[in-house]
Design a protein. Structure first.
Length: 355
């Protein structure tokens, strides 16, 4: 594959129908892809991208891409965002070959605040979109007490939001409220499981599996609306199905407010006796409580392990993030112009202004 990338296993297939990829960037993103890959979802291609060859060796995925070998020698970006970005830029040809080509939707999983994920994720998102895919990024933010990583993550979020179609933000500060007294490893596994659940549910529903399939065109149109997409997750008893969606909308994991959402991609899971009536009661509640004329895309499947529990997972689109991202500084504007080809240099002196 050349000096900038290496693939293990996996290949572009020629199958017709819906094609979806899940791409993990950096350590945290690759961990999420590993967990999703273990679930062996038919039709879903999992790709891990990292600058750390040792970490990649332990990841299970259809393809594993080591980027920036000539820059980091496979030892990782070591927290440097610019290094992560440079590694991705150097590996553009390899990334373009594997990611987004002939693909309908790319789920991009990344933990922001480190070097590889923060630097490379916007580049990967840009490549996937250039190849014609719709990109839904799921980005995890560090705890507030990790002040330096947190500020780095906020800046990275700004860049990622420019390149992805929609960005779902999961904030580790809210993880504490959800995980309670769980050990830290189990708490982080909760995040990975949640990401895996979102990807699996949407992927399977758009592939015409389940009780209520999701129309692919409706999903891609929703993702294209842009902005931030808070993630809502909740459970309730099937005798009161609306309780599940109410719990989802109260979910503290969502880094955003749902009231102003333009629409929602909703997936409902329940036991063997889940009914269409229960599923549509959830949809009707969302339509009534979101802003005027919301677009609600609904899918559902049967999960026998849930018994009498109904589970709702929803991505709400067209809202503003509650994360305090930094202002769009001159430096950020220059960075963006450089990566999109509007500038050939990041040197501010190279910019000429109209008189």
């Amino acid at each position: 594959m050349g000096s900038t990338g290496q693939g293990w296993g996996g290949s572009q297939d020629g199958k017709t129908g819906t094609k979806i990829q899940c791409v993990g960037i950096g350590g945290a993103g690759s961990n999420s892809v590993h967990r999703i890959s273990e679930q062996q979802i038919d039709g879903l291609e999992c790709i891990a991208v990292n600058t750390d060859c040792m970490h990649l060796a332990f990841v299970d995925a259809n393809a594993k891409l080591l980027i920036g070998r000539g820059i980091t020698r496979g030892f990782g970006a070591r927290g440097c965002v610019e290094t992560g970005r440079s590694c991705a830029e150097e590996a553009v040809d390899v990334l373009s070959e594997y990611i987004g080509k002939g693909v309908d939707i790319v789920f991009l999983s990344v933990g922001l605040g480190g070097g590889t994920g923060t630097g490379a994720a916007p580049v990967v998102a840009r490549i996937a979109r250039k190849n014609g895919a719709k990109v839904l990024a799921i980005a995890t933010l560090p705890f507030s007490v990790e002040s330096i990583r947190r500020e780095r993550a906020k800046e990275g979020l700004l860049h990622l939001n420019r390149e992805a179609d929609t960005v779902v933000v999961l904030d580790n500060d809210h993880l504490l409220e959800v995980a309670g007294d769980l050990p830290i490893d189990a708490a982080f596994s909760l995040i990975d499981n949640l990401i895996a659940s979102v990807v699996r549910n949407i992927a399977e529903a758009t592939m015409d599996r389940g009780l209520v399939p999701i129309d692919l065109d409706s999903v891609t149109s929703m993702i294209s609306s842009g902005g931030y997409g808070p993630l809502a997750f909740g459970e309730g008893h099937r005798k009161a199905p609306v309780s599940a969606v109410k719990a989802a909308l109260r979910s503290t994991l969502a880094a955003g407010r749902w009231e102003g959402a333009d629409g929602a991609i909703v997936h409902v899971s329940g036991g063997w006796d889940l009914t269409h009536e229960e599923v549509h009661a959830i949809r009707d509640y969302l339509v009534a409580n979101l802003k005027d004329a919301p677009n609600v895309v609904l899918g559902a499947n049967v999960d026998p392990s849930l018994g009498n529990i109904i589970r709702v997972t929803s991505i709400l689109v067209g809202v503003n993030s509650t994360v305090d991202v930094p202002p769009d500084t001159v430096a950020s504007q220059i960075d963006h112009a450089f990566t999109t080809g509007e500038l050939t240099s990041r040197d501010p002196m190279s910019i000429t202004r109209d008189a």
